[in-house]
Design a protein around this ligand. Structure first.
Ligand code: NCD
Length: 316
């Protein structure tokens, strides 16, 4: 069992081996224990500075990273594009290099463009953690999802996971497919024809356009939000939200018709009453808040493992 990651950055699940993923999940177990103590803090990153650089809106992911960093005793700086000089025409590379000139060791980056994290990793000296790049990857979300599934079932291998909704625009879906497949789960993508990428079947996943069929098949249903902001603001891929909800929304009546237990997940933010009804989101069948709780431990694990590879002798 390896105790170090095979990568210097966390740019996507695509770059991780099954061993890497298992190491992160194992390390997160230790941090989950730390978070249950009255003193929820360890000194592991005491000598390091982390910058959270967010060019896109975020609540959960940003708070989760910041808490993870603080619980590891890192110094933390936050940058939000809305209040920054990018509005004055500064490039991404200039913004980040200026931040790095202030001696930052790790950068957590969320950006609207796919490939932004890879670009920074190639062009700066810091370790980069991708916190979501356009519709490409969102690796820590997939890792915390896998962790939450494992916590619930005791395993991931052999389980059947349906990912439902706006697959086309979802970095969560893509990272989840890669992560779950590497861990030996079976995956089904379910949604309207227009929201499932054309060549998705080549990823080794099942495809369904029928939510009831997907629910009868799966152990876990991960309900995704319709990414309106990536559809030009309105529903461009189906006639109306009302029709979408009728066909692909999960509610109590539909759930009860399956006649078996399916664990409900959602990466947040939830559009209550669209992809998931309020009562189900808050029900005993949902592990949505456990996902959020586990996010901190998983992000602590990622930061801790990446920091282990840094030169911390103080040499310039
Ligand atoms: C997701 C994201 O931003 O990709 N949310 C998250 O990080 N928890 C999913 C979404 O925005 O729907």
């Amino acid at each position: 069992m390896s105790e170090t990651l095979g990568t210097q950055h966390l740019l996507g699940i695509d770059d991780l081996t099954k061993d890497d993923i298992e190491l992160i999940l194992r390390t997160a177990d230790g941090f989950k224990e730390v978070l249950a103590r009255p003193m929820r803090k360890v000194p592991s990153l005491r000598d390091l500075t982390v910058a959270n650089i967010f060019f896109e809106n975020s609540t959960r992911t940003r708070l989760s990273f910041e808490l993870a960093e603080k619980r590891l005793s890192a110094d933390v700086v936050n940058f939000s594009a809305a209040a920054s000089s990018t509005k004055k025409g500064e490039t991404l590379l200039d913004t980040v290099n200026n931040i790095l000139a202030m001696k930052v060791d790790l950068v957590v980056l969320r950006h609207q463009d796919p490939g932004a994290a890879v670009f920074l990793a190639r062009n700066t000296k810091a370790r980069i953690v991708n916190a979501g790049d356009g519709a490409h990857e969102h690796p820590t979300q997939a890792l915390l999802d896998a962790y939450s599934i494992k916590e619930k079932f005791g395993r991931v291998a052999g389980l059947k996971v349906a990912i439902v909704g706006d697959i086309l625009h979802s970095r969560v879906a893509w990272s989840n497919v890669l992560c779950l497949r590497k861990l030996g789960a079976e995956v089904m993508l379910c949604g309207p024809v227009t929201l499932i990428p054309k060549h998705a079947a080549e990823l080794g996943v099942r495809i369904s356009h029928d939510l009831d069929e997907a629910l009868r098949w799966c152990d876990v249903a991960n309900m995704l939000r319709i990414q309106m902001e990536r559809q030009g603001g309105g529903p461009a891929y189906f006639p109306s939200l009302r029709e979408y909800t009728m066909l692909y929304g999960l509610n109590r009546e539909r759930y009860d018709r399956i006649g078996k237990e399916v664990v409900i997940m959602h990466p947040g933010p939830i559009n209550r009453g669209v992809e998931l009804s309020s009562d189900l989101a808050d029900s005993a069948e949902s592990i949505i808040l456990q996902q959020v709780e586990n996010g901190v431990a998983v992000r602590m694990a990622v930061l801790y493992l990446l920091a282990a590879g840094l030169d911390r002798t103080g040499n310039p």
